[in-house]
Ligand binder design. Structure first.
Ligand code: UDX
Ligand code: UDX
Length: 457
């Protein structure tokens, strides 16, 4: 049976894979092809073990692969056949030259645009899915239209899903944002994309805007979310000095409906591939336009996050008699958040390296992220070990630090864990997920974030 439309996605990562799986699942009339330069990743998408862990993903991928979802390395062929091309290649922070450590590295995006131009034989709609600095679409258009070979319309359609809840976020999005030029061609292309989403998203949730506003909205959304975490984390430091409880403060503050209760969990710091990268992008953009005060304001969000991670290590050191040398410390969780195996920018990376610097021995346990943890810490080999079972991991350790809020840690038998540890035993709850009074009664010296410590000294 011929398909109504051929949709292509370039980049089969955390964004491209799940997003296209959802489109294929919801739109059986479209053929959805996902291509990537990495053959190992494509082989994994075609196997029983997908390259990423995401609750609910396996089911829809496996169902749709039999019908209208294809994973392939044939990028050129894919471009030729496509009516609509989503681009979700990565845009990491640039680590060289101008903008080093701040600006987005757009080399993959530009290379992809050139490849589209080279292979395209018919008009196409090109959709920016990757998070990009404002005005990237303009640069892409200049490349795509320089020889007027075929007609391209460029749209911005940023992805707002969060890892760990990606499938639910994609199925029931709070909003879908589509940015386009306000020209007849731009609006026509926009409407084609609206038509794809209306297969399952209520029309009133699909919002449209100018293309630059759309690009900027994604950076600003992430900056606002991260800002809330840095705000509450900054207050957690004050709570620890004033014997107040950051959870009580967050509850009281969040019940004001103008503020709202979400994203007010004090923590060991935010991680993930987006927040830091996108804020640094925003900062770079502001400096580029000479808006130094604005740039400094947003940079503060990242600085507080670095401070929070370092503060966590210092709190450990202070609590454990000002030395971590030779002590065995078990990290419960390495993923940057629960329900994912992703460790990009995870606070656990920084904390592990700092603990090794302090000459501690680090034991890491995590239900999904140990493979990535091994890659992240490959240069620290002899000081770090990886143990899947949390009981075995904690055995003989001086301290446990909770770094990821996995549900399974909430129901562990901490009596059993305590009895196997070196005494005095310490527990640093970097996510405030455990019952601190209960742990204290078992015998632990307990150090939550932003709450008074419970100690036996
Ligand atoms: C990435 C960015 O981090 C995010 O900001 C953006 O919104 C979307 O792209 P993610 O999907 O999480 O998000 O990245 P990643 O999992 O690294 O996937 C990108 C994929 O693109 C990789 O599989 C990579 O092999 C592929 N790629 C990269 C190409 O196919 N071609 C290229 O030229 C470069
Ligand atoms: C984020 C955005 O939420 C999403 O809309 C965007 O598309 C991509 O970036 P993600 O990074 O996958 O998603 O996860 P998110 O749930 O936002 O968590 C980011 C980090 O903040 C995690 O390390 C998490 O543990 C931390 N966090 C979150 C807190 O420390 N406290 C909170 O209250 C919430």
């Amino acid at each position: 049976m011929p398909f109504d439309k051929n949709i292509l996605c370039i980049g089969a990562g955390y964004v491209g894979g799940p997003t296209m799986a959802m489109i294929a699942h919801k739109c059986p009339k479209y053929k959805v092809t996902v291509v990537d330069i990495n053959p190992v990743k494509i082989a994994a998408w075609n196997s029983d073990t997908l390259p990423i862990f995401e609750p609910g993903l396996d089911e829809i991928v496996k169902k749709s692969r039999k019908k209208n979802l294809v994973f392939s390395t044939e990028i050129e062929q894919g471009i030729k056949e496509a009516d609509i091309i989503f681009v979700s290649v990565n845009t990491p922070t640039k680590m060289f030259g101008v903008g080093n450590g701040m600006a987005a590295d757009l080399q993959y995006w530009e290379k992809t645009a050139r490849q589209i131009l080279e292979c395209a034989e018919s008009p196409k709609i090109i959709i920016e899915k990757s998070t990009l600095p404002v005005k990237t679409a303009q640069a892409m258009e200049r490349i795509l239209t320089f020889n007027n070979k075929v007609h391209f319309d460029v749209l911005s359609n940023p992805e707002f899903m969060a890892e760990g809840t990606a499938i639910n976020d994609l199925e029931y999005p709070g909003r879908v944002l589509i940015g386009s030029h306000q020209t007849p061609d731009g609006l026509k292309a926009r409407d084609e994309l609206v038509d794809i989403y209306t297969n399952w998203v209520p029309r009133e949730k699909i919002i449209t805007s100018g293309i630059w506003s759309s690009e900027l909205s994604k950076l600003v959304s992430n900056a606002f979310l991260a800002q809330r975490i840095s705000s509450i984390n900054a207050i957690s430091a004050l709570c620890e000095k004033t014997e107040s409880d950051v959870m009580e403060v967050a509850k009281a503050v969040g019940m004001d409906h103008r503020i709202g209760s979400q994203f007010l969990n004090a923590s060991v710091g935010f991680g993930g591939s987006c927040f830091k990268k996108d804020i640094l992008n925003l900062v770079y953009l502001c400096r580029h336009y000479g808006l130094y005060e604005v740039a400094d304001y947003w940079e503060g969000v990242v600085k507080i996050n670095e401070y929070q991670k370092e503060r966590f290590v210092m709190n450990m050191s202070n609590a454990m008699f000002n030395t971590l040398a030779g002590k065995k410390i078990c990290l419960f969780g390495f993923a940057f958040k629960a329900n994912t195996g992703d460790t990009r920018e995870s606070p656990a990376i920084f904390i592990s390296k700092r603990l090794v610097e302090e000459k501690a021995e680090v034991v890491i346990t995590d239900p999904k992220a140990l493979d990535n943890a091994k890659k992240d810490l490959k240069d620290q080999d002899d000081k770090v070990s990886y143990v899947e079972d949390p009981f075995a991991a904690a055995s003989g350790c001086h301290a446990i630090a909770i770094l990821t809020e996995w549900d399974l840690y909430k129901t562990l038998d901490f009596h059993k864990i305590y009895s196997s540890m070196t005494k005095p035993a310490f527990l640093f709850d970097g996510r405030n997920i455990l019952d601190h009074q209960m742990l204290f009664e078992i015998g632990f010296n307990v150090y939550p974030v932003g709450k008074p410590a419970l100690t036996h000294f």
